[in-house]
Design a protein around this ligand. Structure first.
Ligand code: ADP
Ligand code: MG
Length: 739
């Protein structure tokens, strides 16, 4: 190391030399000292903690701690050189290490060491071939490490855990150097005092040199605060910026479309709909652009809430856009709204009411002439209510005066897309995002941190509700035929059924065949390919429909629906189903979102284990929409005692969306929740868990808001400002945009 003063920005090459630095950069994305000190141990090995060796699996790349039991060196039979077999044990398990031409002078019986490699198996015994090893010097620092926790770092083939450990020693040396190096603490002193947090330098030092599990816990708590506060300040700043840009007030006007909508509604609004409606009406009436997330169970009646808000904006002279994730859903919304408004939605036509407006559908599949006509209505303002898909975001679409954007079923739309629609207003329009996928509070506070949440908890009265059961076909093959009988019984009563499959059919292209009507498993997995396992391919719509027509459902009117059909075909089949011309619709998840056919009462989900928790919940919402009780059968080959089987049983056992959201979060990794681009390195989130740190995140959120309240530019907190800037700098800038 040169005599230069070490700072967090010192390149690692200056500390560890070019070769190691290159490997650290390439393998682990560690470039400067800051990266290294934030490269936390993934776990700690403790001498006397004898579980590690027994937990190993063939193929794991791991570091283990063990004591040498036996060393046996002999010449190799067919080649020059020697082979050394070493047996190490940790009290519970043992494993064989094999070295060629081995020269570890201290590898003697009784010595302790750390061994790293890829676990293989030889004659039934676990083995490392030529592992990296670090023998611990028991004679000199026995006392020190006997009780200590040895940090095990996420390592790579070229950068072992103890190279990292040694490098950290070069950086830190002592707690005092840590203090000097990390004297800038992004968490302000009074926040630290209020929440009992240690200084940053102490936390980082402890994280790398803990003596007890409590040390690690305390360090983690403090370091999570770091992550949460920076994240929340970023989000709070975003909220403030959005709030400062004035929009246009669209106050409610009596005697207009909004009142007319309330008159023609065929039902009484629920209390929840009324309350949420009032909150929205008040916000839309203000100049500050509204920015709301409306959560409500499947079937809770969000559409009508949105429609009332849209009508208010039309009454105030503006336009409202309703953005749906699929063409099927957009068409359904347009049809439903136009149907409800009747003449009020056909202003300008012969039978139209001149007091009304026009409901215009704009999707990617419109023919040229229809598209031109729709674009003209959008541009000249005669279309007060514009319903569409992503096509609404495209360049050629201009609004006369966009006052409100409603995004239905948020989970398919990102911040970026919301922003693109917002940019179509002359001034920022009001924004309402609606989702039926319940969002756990922590996710709402982070991923959706720029939106304030409203919740519609109540379902309209008179709903039959839905009950769910698992059909474990491997254990109870007879139950599947019983399921088809149930479908026949419902159809005999004049009702209809869905059968959902994860895949379309044999020859579909591997990656999602239709960006708009994303079929398959939108939780991010490609259902056709399952490289991790050799499971059979998931069941396909076309095959299943064929089998049902020929066998269990022979004689019923069975139709298929999936994303490979043209939009016209899809639309026609949905219409036919809604008109009861089809008994059973075999479909992919195209029907997941928002499709509304109250007469459908049974859903059979094939290969249910291939769907995510919230997806299953969404799906079964399709059969809970009328006055008849719904039934959802989750068919799976998974054993009922497997984790998958247990998860399905949990889904079947509860319809509480918020509980399911939690379950969903548990079954996914944090990175998936935050979105790939937002995980780890980019979001700065390494330790914080959306599942377990709810309280901490909430506290950090209110501290962040308070800080910005009194110190908008963070002038009094340069360290925090720098950390926020770092999060938003360079290639990290876009992570927030990709929710
Ligand atoms: P979601 O919240 O899932 O989008 P929808 O808005 O599609 O739910 O509403 C589901 C069904 O409930 C629709 O058929 C709608 O007409 C009906 N509905 C909405 N509000 C009420 C209400 N207050 N009373 C009775 N039915 C209602
Ligand atoms: Mg809906």
């Amino acid at each position: 190391m040169s005599s230069d003063v070490l700072t967090l920005d010192t390149p690692l090459a200056k500390v560890v030399g070019d070769r190691t630095a290159k490997a650290m950069a390439e393998d682990l994305h560690l470039h400067v000292v800051r990266d290294l000190v934030r490269h936390y141990p993934s776990r700690y090995a403790r001498r006397g903690e004898m579980t590690a060796l027994t937990d190993l699996q063939v193929g794991d790349r791991v570091t283990v701690l063990g004591q040498v039991r036996k060393v046996d060196t002999r010449p190799m039979r067919n080649r020059r050189g020697s082979i050394t077999e070493v047996t190490v044990g940790d009290g519970a398990g043992s494993m064989r290490l094999v070295f060629f031409n081995h020269k570890h002078a201290r590898m003697v019986v009784g010595a302790w060491g750390l061994f790293a490699g890829t676990v293989s198996s030889w004659h039934g015994q676990l083995q490392f071939n030529h592992p990296d090893c670090q023998l611990l010097d028991e004679s000199t620092d026995a006392a020190e490490w006997a009780s200590a926790m040895l940090p095990i770092y996420p390592a790579s083939k070229n950068v072992s855990s103890w190279v990292l450990q040694k490098s950290l020693k070069l950086v830190f040396g002592s707690p005092e150097t840590a203090d000097q190096l990390l004297d800038a603490d992004p968490v302000p002193g009074d926040v630290r005092r209020r929440h009992g947090l240690m200084p940053l330098a102490r936390a980082i030092w402890l994280k790398h040199h803990p003596e007890t599990p409590e040390d690690v816990e305390q360090a983690d708590h403090r370091l999570k605060w770091d992550e949460a506060l920076v994240l929340q300040v970023t989000l709070a700043a975003r909220r403030r910026a959005a709030a400062l840009e004035p929009g246009i007030a669209r106050p409610r006007r009596a005697g207009g479309l909004a009142d007319a909508v309330d008159r023609v509604l065929p039902f009484q609004l629920t209390d929840g709909q009324r309350e949420v409606g009032e909150a929205l009406a008040a916000e839309i009436a203000r100049e500050q652009p509204m920015h709301r997330l409306l959560q409500g169970e499947v079937g809770s009646g969000k559409t009508v809430v949105a429609l009332r808000a849209m009508a208010q904006v039309v009454d105030a002279g503006g336009q409202a856009a309703l953005l749906a994730p699929t063409e099927v859903l957009a068409a359904q919304h347009a049809r439903g709204i136009a149907g409800l408004l009747g003449p009020l939605g056909r202003a300008g036509e012969l039978d139209g009411d001149p007091e009304g407006t026009r409901v215009t559908l704009l999707t990617g599949s419109l023919r040229a002439a229809a598209r031109r006509a729709a674009l003209a209505e959008v541009a000249d303002g005669s279309a007060g209510i514009v319903v569409g898909t992503h096509a609404l975001l495209s360049e050629g679409v201009a609004f006369a005066d966009l006052g409100l954007v409603v995004v239905d079923e948020q989970h398919r739309f990102g911040v970026e897309q919301r922003d693109r629609l917002r940019a179509k207003g002359t001034r920022p329009p009001h924004v309402l995002v609606m989702t039926a996928t319940p969002i756990p509070r922590t996710v709402a506070m982070t991923v959706y941190g720029d939106l304030e949440t409203l919740t519609l908890r109540q379902l309209p009265a008179g709903r039959g509700g839905v009950s769910s059961s698992v059909v474990p076909v491997a254990e109870k093959p007879g139950w599947l035929s019983r399921a088809w009988e149930r479908v026949r019984e419902e159809v005999a009563q004049g009702r209809q059924a869905y059968v959902v499959c994860p895949r379309i059919g044999d020859d579909e292209p591997a990656a999602g065949d239709q960006p708009e009507d994303a079929d398959g498993a939108p939780d991010g997995t490609d259902p056709a390919a399952d490289p991790a396992t050799d499971r059979r391919p998931p069941l396909a719509v076309l095959d299943v429909a064929e089998e049902l027509r020929a066998g269990p459902l022979a004689g019923l009117r069975v139709e298929v629906l999936h994303g490979r059909l043209t939009p016209e075909e899809k639309e026609a089949r949905m219409r036919a189903f809604a008109a009861r011309e089809v008994d059973v619709l075999v479909a992919t998840t195209v029907i997941e979102v928002g499709v509304d056919v109250p007469n459908a009462t049974v859903m059979v989900v094939m290969d249910a284990d291939r769907f995510g928790v919230s997806q299953l919940h969404q799906l079964r919402g399709r059969v809970a929409r009328g006055k008849h009780p719904g039934l959802c059968l989750l068919v799976s080959e998974a054993s009922t005692s497997s984790s998958t089987g247990v998860r399905l049983a949990q889904v079947a056992a509860t319809t509480d969306g918020f509980e399911l959201a939690r379950l969903d979060l548990e079954t996914r990794r944090e990175g998936d929740v935050l979105g790939a681009a937002q995980s780890g390195r980019r979001s700065g989130v390494k330790l914080l868990s959306l599942l377990h740190d709810e309280e901490l995140i909430a506290e950090a959120r209110s501290e962040a808001a308070a800080l910005l309240e009194t110190d908008q530019g963070l002038a009094a907190h340069p360290e925090l400002a720098a950390a926020v800037a770092a999060l938003n700098a360079g290639d990290r800038a876009d992570w927030l945009e990709r929710a």
